[in-house]
Design a protein around this ligand. Sequence first.
Ligand SMILES: [Zn+2]
Ligand SMILES: [Zn+2]
Length: 276
Amino acid sequence: MNSLKLKWDGHNHTEFCKHGSGRPLREYAERAVSLGFERYTVTEHPPLPEKWIDDPVLMRELAMDMAELPLYLKEVKAVKAEFAGRLDIRVGLEMDYLFENESFTEAVLAEADGLEEAIISVHYLPGRGGMRCIDYTPEDFRDNLLTYYGSMEKVVDAYYDHVEMAVRSAAAWPWRRRIGHINLIEKFRLALPPIDQAQIRGRLTNILPILAECGVGVDVNTAGLRKSTCGIPYVPEWFMDACAERGIELVYGSDAHHPDDVGAGWEWFAAAAKRK
Ligand SMILES: [Zn+2]
Ligand SMILES: [Zn+2]
């Protein structure tokens, strides 16, 4: 139950991402073809509720506007048609788990005509003064999450509570679906107080039956390898084994925000998946 049978990059961004390279989807797709990928899922960040984060500058960088959603879907479908026969492009979105705002998510999905796959990611947690990004900067994490919860142990518990809620929120979706970068909470692990690995192992172990029950796969996201504050993928190898044993789908994802990052970390994934 992994994507080794198929060379597939299942998590990628486009010029509709405002914190990315601004490079067009076609360049990403060409890069995927040149690396021998057979399937390629485009998973842009969808719109967010107004004032979701209490920082207008950061808000503008996080997501497309609602008015851009149909333009995004149109472009992915056009590029999919152009690449037909060369690369199987899938129309996707990287949905956010919007705590206590799930009706907004459902409203976005109702507008997403032609959607084929969806990732559900936890990028936000309640923190100082409202919702906060967990992956913005180590300083922001320290000031607005660590001081708010009081310890890494408590932030980490809150994070996996949200991951569990996110998985359950996707259970009824009709599209192929997977949880995004399940250990994103480790992004700043080398710049913040350490996280107890036993806590991570315990929480991930408890999530396994929920994934199986909800029919939600795992985005084996390698972006953490490229972050100097992280240096490891966002899915541990032991967890890949545990998912494979339970028939939970594992899909490699580069999380490219620039065409040069398409396929990054594939060798790590292929080696890890081969051992299953
Ligand atoms: Zn992004
Ligand atoms: Zn993400």
